[in-house]
Every structure is written in C-alpha cells, then in structure tokens.
Design a protein around this ligand. Sequence first.
Ligand SMILES: [Zn+2]
Length: 510
Amino acid sequence: MTKSNHFTSLLFYCALFLPVKSFADVGDIAQKTALYAQETYQDEMIESLRQLIAFNTVAVAGLPSPKNPEHQQFKAELAKQAQHLGLDFIDYGYVVVIGLGDSKERVGMITHGDIQPFNANKWQQSPLKLDQNSEPGKLIGRGTEDDKGPITNALYAMKSIKDLKIKLKKRIELYVYMAEESDWQPLREHIKQHSLPQVNITLDAEYPVVTAEKGYGTISMTFPKTQENSRFSARALSNQTYISEFTGGFFGSQIPEDAHVTINNASEALLEKIKQVAKSHLGMHYSYQWQGTQLSINALGKSAHSSKPEYGTNAITHLADLLSVKQWPNNTSGALVNFLNDHLGTGLYGEKFGAIAYSDEFMGPMSVQPTVLKAKEDGMQLNINIRRPRGKTTKQLAIEINATIAKWQQKNQVTLIDMNNDINEPFVQTNAPQIDTLVEVFSLYTGIKEAKPISIGGGTNSRLFPNAVSFGPSMPGTAYTGHSEHEFITKEQFILNLKMYTAVLVELAK
Ligand SMILES: [Zn+2]
C-alpha cells in the first residue's frame, strides 16, 4: 500500500466514525412495523381507497356538510372501516376523529374528506371510480392524492401498529375535516371547543416536511354589463371589431385549462395575426371557428393546483395574450381582455400588476393567477388567485393592488364594480419538535439525503393545530395532481406513504 493510498483509506475509516446522522435514528420497531404494513395491507388499502373515493364529497353551496347526504354516507363508510380495523370513531359533524390508544398525550394526523369539483368529461373513467387500468401503475380518481389517499394510508398505519401491539405512550388521532376546500370556519369553531393533540402532522401537501405556507388570497372585480345606450353597446359597435364574449376557468384554486372567446366583425387578417402569436404559446391548443364574420376561439391549456402554477398552462391568460394584437373597445368582455393584457399577461408572479410582485428567500415569489370568470347579473367577475409569502403586510398589498386597479380604471374610463381583496396571512412554523424525526424517516425510505424543510404555495390546516407541519403525500419535484383534471397517485407512492406514516407514528407515539 503506497503512502497516499494508505492516507486515503485512513480518511475513509475516519469518515465512518464521524458523527453523521445515521438511519439507526429510526428505531427497529418503527422499521419493522412499516415493513409489516407494506407486506400485509397493500391490497386492502387500495380497496379502502376505492370505497372512499366513490362518494362525491364536494361542497354544496348552502348545504352544511353535516346535512349533506353524500358527506354523511362518506362518514358512515369511514366509521365502518374504522370499526373493521378496531379503531375508535367519533363524529363531531364537520370533524371526524379516528383514534388508537387512550393516553392524554396525543399525536395527530390532519386530513380532509371533502374534494374539489371535477369535470367528468375530461377523465377516461368516472373520477369517482378508482381507475387502475387506464395507466398501469397509477391509481386515478378524484381524491386519490388530495386527500382520501392519505386517509387510507393513515388508517392502515394505525392498524399495523395495533396488530403488532406496539406499546404506545401517546394516543394516535386521525382528524378528517369535511370542509377544508371550502370553509375553515367550522374547524376553527371545533378547535375552540375541543382540545387537540400536542404534536401534529398534516397529510395534505408534500415531503420532506413543510414548515411554511404562502397565504391564500383572492382579488375579484366585476366588469360591468354594457348598457344598451352606451357607446360600447352591440349596436354602437356594429361597424367595429369587438369581443362579444370571453369566458373561462372552473374554480378558484385551479389553474384554468379552458377559455373561450367570440369576436364580432373579425377578419382573416386579424386571424392571421392571432395565429402568429399562437405559435409562441407552448402547451396551448387553439381551435378556430367562423360563423359569417364572427370568429370563435377555444383555448385548451392544462389544469393544475393554483399554488403550483408552474405545472399548468393558464388558458385564460394565454387566450387573452392571443388577443393582445390590438386594444379592444371597452365593452364588458373587451375591458376584461384589456385588463388581463395590461396587468396579468402570461407571467405567473404579478410582474405586470403595478408594484405588487415580491419574493421571500425561503418561501419564493408571490403567484398571481386569474383562475375563474363568473357571469353575474351585473357583469363578468374576474377572480385572481394569489399565493403570497412573508415580506409584505396585507395592508401594503391591498394598497398596491387598489392603486393599480384605480389607475387602470381612470386611464380606460371603465368603472369596475364589487372590487374585493381577500388576502390571508402566510404561515411559518418555527416550533415543531417532530421535524428531525420526519426528515429521518423520509431519508431512510426514499434514499434522499440532505432533506430539508421546505415552503409551499398551498395552504393546509397545519396553521390551526399546535406544532403542526405537513408530511407528504407527494414527493418533492413531482407534479402535484390534486385539484387537476388528472388526479392520481402512483401505487408505488401510495405504498411508500403507508411505510413512512407507519414509521413516523411509531417514532412519535412510542
Ligand atoms: Zn387537500
């Protein structure tokens, strides 16, 4: 052995004894239980998920969850499964708690049983039927990732711990909230009246561990209906090229994949200009129809969770951009398109919206995305979804938003109605004792070393629970499919989640 070789091998042995974190930090019992869960419950867990996604637990306006028959049936199914698994079950109305053990010290898992709306035409099979065939390896259906898949994982993690009679110092509680996607107030009320677990993990976002979440916000305004006698009425515009209709979007937290425009008195020359712009729109598909001199364009982009606009292609902003070849007469739809082009554009982060754009080193940039247009009695309502990091006060943001809108109105001689900013605070968790455990379990089972806490654009119920951080279910760097029209979880991820949740629960409750 030469000297240098000897030196190299000495370095190697020294490295072995450096105090690096080793995965022995995840105990044997935790690892054994996780393995047992994987080997025992794969098929049963998929059956459980199949049952849970069959219920259309979308929120119905004006019908509280405890009175919604579909929600009641879903909870009855949950109760049946809990009983079958030997777990206790308490129904508080909006909140269901499924438990194991009876210590006062508790570990909580936070999930939700409601879902976002879906457009069934866009799915290969009904999104309420678990589809394992269309794309082998994937479990496709509404709620598979957000958030019924994690509920099933949690149930079988608890069951595995029970089967192996693991001695727990803490009770484990699975919270299933029934209005996470629509209304957090009933959960706030519940929390006022009940004590919560001292340590919590939310199974509704991504790995390795989420310690910060942007604040959710909606900027809305209505472009007023054009009056019969105004200079923008159909009669007054009869000799001009104008936009008679512009629609798009589905719901507030989905990057829209559909938009539609109708242009009256259009010309071939205009269409040529539009098609020129279309060439630069990657990921968009347009179809054009003529009816006399009326030109209609359908835009198809790609839906995504609005907290991750990078994974989608916004049909509303892109279609508006196609129309940026000219300034339009300011009737209802024309004013709307002009505003979209003046202050949204195809960027994701509010770059054109006056001074509002900003970014935080850890939390990233604020996203600013129009998501849905709603036809109202008095005009067309534009809803812009924002996700804001720390770094600006809500008041400052509101001032900046209002200043831009005011200036635009003045310049365009348009008076918008029902302007409203509803902007929530970002959430930063600074005090959660379980973070190291979560990171260690994640690294052990994924092989991803150097995992660190992250910040996300989505908002979860973490902020309402003590010492709560998110842990899964989706992997960092993969497209999150919840809220999209192609929601799935891979079978591999589904099983991996079971293992990680099982190990984490053993570690936190033992
Ligand atoms: Zn969710």
